[in-house]
Design a protein around this ligand. Structure first.
Ligand code: NAG
Ligand code: NAG
Length: 410
């Protein structure tokens, strides 16, 4: 081998070795992990629609959605419709008619629709993951369901999750429904959130709590803005290792091509002005055991397969409806993050936020007002409060919410 060839050969070897080293480093680098994580979350799209709020909505083939990454769902045959709806759903008229009378849409509809055979999924961006405290925690809540039976006084001083809710317990529940007034509450700190939702709960408030949740939320950390968004959540181990928001992990199977979870709801209610609300129904299919979700009168969104859960594989033992905020302040200073409209229940319609037509599904698959009415619970009524009632127009209802920090809430 002459000297020149030897040098070339040596150079090639050195370059190849450094290539390999670089490749190895890349696999472990944060940038590469970020890329891999995004690739796992964002499935190839048939079509993408840019929403006026900056979101990208990917129309993903129904059989390529994140649910099918789950090992138990590899051979799953998608159920394209529930076997049963709860009895009594379509007989009711007054309680579910929207205050605004206009159909509630999602903002991205202004720029297009997803074709048949696809499901709309909000694309996760690099910035979404970079905002999260850790990539692994992105899309996950910390411990969040309210236990009305046990309030720890120290929790209130340390900040944390605060609620103003109505609830039922002491029976077996197979679903729940409510019409929820939609607002855009102000969030003081980006790591706080404000939401209004229902919780379908199974088990005690231990390490194995099962929960299915749906409603609207404002969460700058999760979405990067202050828009009000439709969301769902599930967990089968008290928010530890299982579950997530929306479609940010495998679990929920979507069948609907019109509504994207995590997408903005538009318009929202204004103080002393127009009121807008959304209806959410979650129920257990008595035949297959899956938990279904319907949005409004027209959109059956999809289902959580029964096998995701332990207690909820049978039935729920408690249902909660209401608001939750994160108070990130400590040392006796309360956040000014609003719940609902940011006004107390006393102010009533047009000013305070409400849930109306509050109903549960019983073991005979009948939808009806909770027997015995609603219990109510709030950790600190001087910050966020709740008041329930019932009348012929609204059925079982409650007003809830508050401003957070004020002269009466320090
Ligand atoms: C899926 O089907 C294949 C082929 O029939 C089978 O080998 C495999 O065990 C099934 N997987 C699951 C999770 O049921
Ligand atoms: C969200 O609202 C807060 C205060 O209400 C504001 O400081 C912040 O800039 C807003 N964030 C975005 C992304 O608009």
């Amino acid at each position: 081998m002459d000297a020149a060839r030897w040098v070339v050969c040596l150079l090639v070897t050195v370059i190849c070795l450094s290539c390999a080293a670089a490749a190895t480093a890349a696999v472990r680098s944060p940038a590469a992990r970020l890329h891999r994580h995004l690739k796992r979350l964002n499935k190839p799209a048939v079509k993408s629609i840019e929403s006026p709020d900056g979101d990208m909505i990917d129309c993903v083939h129904i059989s390529h959605q994140p649910a099918f990454d789950h090992p138990y769902l590899k051979n799953h045959t998608i159920q394209m419709r529930p076997n049963y709806h709860p009895e009594g759903l379509y007989e009711e008229s007054k309680a579910s008619s929207s205050g605004g009378e206009r159909p509630m849409a999602q903002l991205w509809h202004q720029n297009g629709r997803c074709p048949e055979g696809t499901v709309p999924i909000r694309r996760t961006r690099k910035d979404d993951l970079l905002r999260a405290s850790s990539m692994r925690r992105y899309g996950r809540k910390r411990r969040a369901a309210a236990n009305p039976m046990s309030v720890s006084p120290t929790m209130l001083n340390e900040g944390g999750h605060q609620h103003a809710i109505a609830y039922v317990q002491g029976d077996k529940y197979y679903g729940a429904k409510a019409t929820i007034n939609v607002w855009a509450p102000k969030i003081e700190q980006p790591n706080e959130f404000s939401l209004s939702q229902l919780w379908i709960l199974g088990g005690s408030f231990g390490e194995d709590l099962n929960s299915i949740e749906a409603g609207w939320q404002v969460s700058p950390d999760l979405y990067g803005d202050n828009n009000t968004r439709l969301f769902t959540y599930w967990t089968s181990d008290a928010y530890q290792a299982t579950g997530c928001y929306n479609m940010l992990c495998s679990g929920f199977i979507q069948i609907n091509n019109q509504i994207a979870m995590g997408a903005s709801i538009f318009p929202t209610s204004s103080y002393s002005g127009s009121q807008y609300d959304i209806s959410i129904l979650i129920w257990k299919d008595p035949k297959e055991g899956n938990w279904w979700m319907q949005f409004g009168k027209d959109y059956v969104l999809g289902y959580w397969p029964s096998f995701l859960f332990s207690y909820l594989a049978d039935s729920a033992s408690m249902v909660e409806w209401g608001g939750e905020v994160v108070n990130s302040q400590a040392d006796g200073v309360h956040t000014s993050t609003q719940m609902g409209s940011g006004h107390f229940p006393e102010e009533g319609f047009g000013r305070a936020s409400y849930f109306k037509g509050v109903q549960v599904v019983d073991s005979s698959n009948n939808l009806g007002a909770p027997r015995g009415g609603l219990g109510t619970f709030t950790e600190q009524s001087s910050c966020y409060d709740v008041q329930s009632g019932s009348n012929a127009d609204w059925g079982t209802y409650f007003y809830y919410g508050g401003p957070g920090r004020s002269s009466s809430c320090q």
